[in-house]
Design a protein around this ligand. Sequence first.
Ligand code: ATP
Length: 270
Amino acid sequence: MTAVPDVPDVLDAPHVLDLKNLTRRYGSLTAVDDVSLQLPAGARHAVIGPNGAGKTTLLNLIAGTDRPDHGTIALGGADITRTATAKRSRLGIARSFQQPSVIGELSVLDNIVLAGWLHHPLRRGAWRRPSRYRQHEESAARHLEAVGLADSARRPAADLSHGQRRMLDLAAALAGDPRLLLLDEPAAGLTDGDIGRLLSILGGLPESVAIILVEHHVEVVAELAETVTVLAAGKVLITGPTAEALAHPEVRDAYHATSGASRDAVEARG
Ligand SMILES: Nc1ncnc2c1ncn2[C@@H]1O[C@H](COP(=O)(O)OP(=O)(O)OP(=O)(O)O)[C@@H](O)[C@H]1O
């Protein structure tokens, strides 16, 4: 592995993300237990599993907000296991959260300008030149258009509905032109219409952006993901093509118990 900051372009690297034997313990609880996973550039990968399986902890380890007790994380072939969160984000890792992280007092547009600025490799000079601000603003407007919030650009973000906040959170994650997008339950609390919009936005992202999706809505997983990892008690139960993973007996039992719609999605995919 090469050292950061010489992270090669993901399209040249064999894997955008390479996790080896990741383990995270909290006292006697092993939240993530010896997880290995390799994703190619442009991957559309979902991580599913019951509550407490370790899904969010795994995203935290990849984003750098939490550190593994064992194992390594490589982005585009470069070891980032000990790289700070802010630097990982400048290297192209972006995430959305279970609770959308928007700044209510700022306008919708400025939330995106700020997010793009934080991800920018030259961010220290970003505000010094008005032309740079205008560049960020134009780019932010394009991201808002993409998530259907262009008409709300000048409104305070606090005025947005839950579904709109989720779209704003997604636009903020996209504002840094990530190479790896981590999405933590993006469909949670959305209406069917908003889920349709989310699927069309995520489905339209370029192949240069790999996605890891943690999601309880199995129909969203079936629609978007090409491959799935099923976690149970921190361990990988199965990693494989979506149809195969969703047809795994333990997964079918779990989702059949909770949702007829989910069952239909599994059967349609399988
Ligand atoms: N900071 C922490 N300190 C102690 N225990 C933690 C911490 N973070 C997570 N855990 C525990 O680790 C386990 C995995 O949690 P995690 O949030 O990763 O699961 P999850 O699969 O994302 O669950 P959910 O689907 O409910 O969001 C849980 O038992 C949780 O209580």
